[in-house]
Design a protein around this ligand. Structure first.
Ligand code: GDP
Ligand code: MG
Length: 182
């Protein structure tokens, strides 16, 4: 057995988007297999920690920052964004206004945090609550890919915090993008 210690990486990931889109539920689902339909908005920014045994040599501590109650401004303070490595922008597939707000969230993000080389931090778009719709307006791949290219998202995923769909995949995808920027 090797005595070599694992490399430990710490990544700060922001989870932003309109109120009620499922940000807190997604974090809870990802960090531990738990989902409450009675979850109430928490107060103040907070983060949950997920430990990933990424590979034999690397352990990743993923901090998921929940904005918790600050959504109505569609922007956050610089402290919240400080030294963020990546972001999820979440919308609710049953509410078009939350999709329309994605652009605001993304531009607020890009105006407050950049990589050392000046480009935006990797961001992934989450089309959440896909369990609620049989015909998802936002599952058209061509259209969503175009939207992501235009708004500079690394990718998008249909997710359900309730049914545990897409969240692990989205997180793995984002972590890979973050590692590529390191
Ligand atoms: P936040 O304000 O963005 O943090 O949203 P919450 O996580 O508090 O979720 C708002 C509401 O949507 C709660 O009633 C959740 O139970 C519900 N919710 C969140 N994600 C999902 C999902 O994927 N599917 C369904 N059906 N409900 C969800
Ligand atoms: Mg919340």
């Amino acid at each position: 057995m090797s005595m070599k210690e694992k490399t430990e990486l710490l990544f700060k990931v922001l989870v932003i988007g309109d109120l009620g889109t499922g940000k807190t539920s997604i974090i809870k689902r990802y960090v531990r297999q738990f989902f409450s339909i009675h979850y109430r908005a928490t107060v103040g920014a907070d983060f949950a920690l997920k430990i990933l045994n990424w590979n034999d040599d690397t352990l990743i501590r993923l901090q998921l920052w929940d904005i918790a109650g600050q959504e109505r401004f569609a922007k956050m303070t610089r402290v919240y964004y400080k030294e963020a490595n990546g972001a999820f922008v979440v919308f609710d597939v049953t509410r078009a206004t939350t999709y329309e707000a994605v652009e605001k969230w993304k531009s607020d993000l890009d105006s407050k945090v950049l990589l050392p080389n000046g480009s935006p931090i990797p961001a992934v778009l989450l089309a959440n609550k896909c369990d609620l719709v049989s015909e998802n307006l936002y599952s058209n791949t061509t259209q969503m890919n175009e939207f992501c290219a235009e708004k500079d998202f690394a990718g998008w995923f249909e997710t359900s915090a309730k049914e545990n769909i897409g969240i692990d995949e989205a997180a793995t995808f984002l972590v890979k993008k973050i590692i590529e920027t390191e």
